[in-house]
Design a protein around this ligand. Structure first.
Ligand SMILES: *Cc1c(COP(=O)(O)O)cnc(C)c1O
Length: 349
């Protein structure tokens, strides 16, 4: 039987429609500036984001890092939530590529508090570096796919504006936020200067993200993309899938959210596990375990359910298009058996 793969929404395979789009794609050389399918994707992404322009990049990490490079000067300060992907999972890139200092803001459930942000703003002087960029992550991965509300986006933008800072949104899963809130994407993104959005997660593309922002910013972003080795030639092969993602895959995210709630309802009362119900907002479940997370990962792995530990006593389950209702039921069955088994056998000391 096929493994129930709850490791990440990045594991989704391209659909038949995507393979068809690949076969039909008009191709050119994007580094030479004549890739019609990439250009079509970029126009579509910019339009959906309500921004002037967009650039197609190989990964969300590159989209975020290019944005930081474009918004800052070496020695500047960027402010971000302390477990933001930009700080936690991008291998120190802000220090190495943009040469910036990071000020990390603790938060509740990944949602930045404008007062906490403001406390960390620095004014440039003979003695101190200046903060020039605020980074927001919506939805927040490590906090469990939590949503920063439109109201909060507005407040954060106001703090940044007040201090002459730009705002970048790590919107790897911003479509999940928009679908869960039932609002247009632009109502979230209109409060930031730039946004990076993943096509390769719940939207099912094999590869790629789009970075959107003002025309002048995107022109500089193209230079950074080339500098970082992200210029791709017949990238229309991939961009064709991205177009399918943006036109056909957004609404379906609601199914992932629904299955996430189903999984939550079944797991929340199992002995040895706890889940903060307030984090159950989109497609990610963060589960606290009494036993070490690795023991759960191993036991479930033997029953054909894969996921990652997310700390010593914490693991993450991610719902996506390649996990259907039957697989959710199988995962629930496996968790119940394991919980019963663990409840009967005392944990090793
Ligand atoms: C996945 C992800 C990214 C980008 O990841 P890539 O693997 O580089 O595409 C950025 N931010 C968040 C919050 C993510 O979850």
């Amino acid at each position: 039987m096929k493994t129930v793969d709850l490791r990440s929404d990045t594991v989704t395979r391209p659909t038949k429609e995507m393979f068809d789009a690949i076969l039909k794609a008009d191709l050119g050389d994007d580094v030479l500036g004549d890739e019609p399918t990439v250009q079509k994707l970029e126009r579509l992404a910019a339009e959906m984001a309500g921004k002037e322009a967009a650039v197609y990049v190989p990964s969300g990490t590159m989209g975020n890092q290019i944005a930081i490079c474009c918004h800052t000067q070496p020695g500047d300060v960027i402010i971000a939530e302390e477990e933001a992907h930009i700080l936690y999972y991008e291998v120190g890139a802000p220090a190495i590529l943009a040469n910036v200092i990071t000020r990390n803001v603790p938060s509740i459930r990944g949602i930045l508090d404008p007062d906490e942000v403001e406390k960390r703003v620095m004014q440039r002087s003979l003695h101190t570096p200046g903060s020039t960029l605020l980074c927001i992550e919506n939805t927040h991965n490590r906090a469990g796919g939590t949503i920063t509300s439109i109201e909060r986006m507005k407040e954060l933008n106001a703090v940044a504006r007040k201090h002459g800072m730009k705002v970048h949104l790590d919107g790897a899963r911003v479509f999940n936020a928009a679908v869960a809130l039932g609002v247009p994407l632009t109502s979230i993104i209109s409060h930031v200067d730039s946004v990076s959005m993943c096509l390769s997660k719940g939207l099912r593309s094999p590869v790629g993200s789009v970075l959107c922002g003002p025309t002048e910013f995107i022109e500089r972003a193209r230079i950074w993309r080339k500098r970082l080795g992200g210029g791709m030639r017949q990238a229309g092969i991939l961009a064709a899938c991205g177009i399918v993602s943006l036109t056909k895959m957004v609404d379906r995210l609601a199914e992932d959210h629904k299955r996430c709630r189903t999984l939550f309802a079944a797991l929340k009362d199992l002995p040895g596990l706890t889940i903060d119900p307030e984090t159950v907002q989109t497609n990610i479940l963060i589960v606290q375990s009494q036993r070490p997370a690795v023991e759960w990962v191993k036991a479930l792995g033997e029953k054909g359910v894969d996921f990652f530990p997310f700390g010593e006593y914490r693991f993450r389950l991610v719902l996506h298009a390649d996990v259907d209702d039957a697989q959710v039921e199988r995962a629930i069955g496996a968790f119940k058996l394991t919980a019963e088994h663990f409840a009967k056998s005392p944990a090793a000391v």
